[in-house]
Design a protein around this ligand. Structure first.
Ligand code: GLU
Length: 288
């Protein structure tokens, strides 16, 4: 049987809270149940928001919960070259174009023609187009910053009939679902940001393939990302992992727990005298 490899991939932009603990324990438990491998990956491409102190706190919090993981931990910030190479591949296939527009330019464009823009999972699904060579040259000569967008039209052309046949497998407690992928949900997504030269989507899909991840287990807030990730996997000819998107933890008022909920951070709970077993029981993992 194929080896089972899964991962917990936090971004060290703040302290872990109960929602992260739930996610980490869900992933860890799945690896244990499958007699598989559990990886920890630091998704720290956003160098302005990610901080070493948060990374260290993640190691402490997860150890406190009793988790262990393979080392060395892959830190995405140590591998920007890999993501540049992945982008080169997309450029070589003519699937990306430079976008010099600011958020405001795009918001204005959408406001002028709202009927042309569908709402995607991360905001309006914007579809653009490359500039002419002359226009682009002029902006590049001025040093204008730009992002790279993935052209959905070009991706469709590149994959041909295979684009319409893209599916991903979602495993749920009730069984397996085969979901038709609709990568256009995000529009021409930014695949390499102006600041970091990559994006969550590119780096995460790249690393899952590189690390041989067979099961992507994460919160259902990232469910829609699987539609786009499946497209990237097809373009790069990466094996498609199976997905399990788990429920998110809510606070008392029904809102999703977030980094702003200071009281729910594992650090705060620990400092208030909570034991790891209390936290695990609260999250439904008491039979560990
Ligand atoms: N780094 C992402 C986060 O913190 C998780 C990405 C993933 O699991 O695919 O939400």
């Amino acid at each position: 049987m194929k080896e089972f490899v899964t991962r917990f991939a936090p971004s060290p932009t703040g302290r872990l809270h109960l929602g992260h603990a739930f996610s980490a324990l869900t992933v860890y438990r799945a690896a244990q149940e499958a007699n598989g491998r559990f990886l920890l990956r630091m998704e720290d491409i956003d160098q302005t928001r990610c901080k070493p102190e948060f990374e260290n706190a993640i190691y402490e919090d997860l150890s406190w919960l009793g988790l262990d993981w393979e080392t060395p931990v892959r830190r995405q910030s140590d591998h920007f070259d890999d993501y540049v190479s992945a982008l080169e591949i997309l450029r070589g296939k003519n699937l990306v174009y430079r976008c010099f527009k600011t958020r405001k330019d795009i918001a204005d464009e959408i406001e002028r023609a709202p009927h042309l823009t569908a709402q995607g999972p991360e905001g309006p699904a914007y579809f653009g187009a490359p500039l002419s060579t002359d226009e682009e040259r002029a902006l590049l000569d001025k040093g204008a910053p730009y992002a790279w967008r993935l052209s959905i039209a070009a991706a469709k052309g590149y994959l041909g009939g295979a684009y319409e046949d893209l599916f991903f497998t979602e495993e749920t407690p009730e069984g397996e679902r085969r979901v038709k992928a609709d990568p256009s949900l995000f529009g021409d997504v930014v695949i390499a940001r102006k600041d970091s030269g990559t994006s969550y989507h590119l780096a995460s899909v790249h690393d899952d393939a590189l690390q041989g991840v067979t099961h992507v287990i994460r919160g259902e807030d990232l469910y829609h990302a699987a539609h786009l990730h499946r497209l990237l996997q097809a373009i790069f000819d990466y094996a498609a992992p199976v997905y399990r998107h788990h429920r998110l933890l809510m606070d008392a008022s029904g809102r999703r727990l977030a980094k702003r909920d200071k009281a729910a951070t594992l650090t705060a709970l620990r400092e208030s005298g909570a034991e790891a077993c209390d936290v695990m029981a609260r999250l439904g993992f008491s039979d560990a």
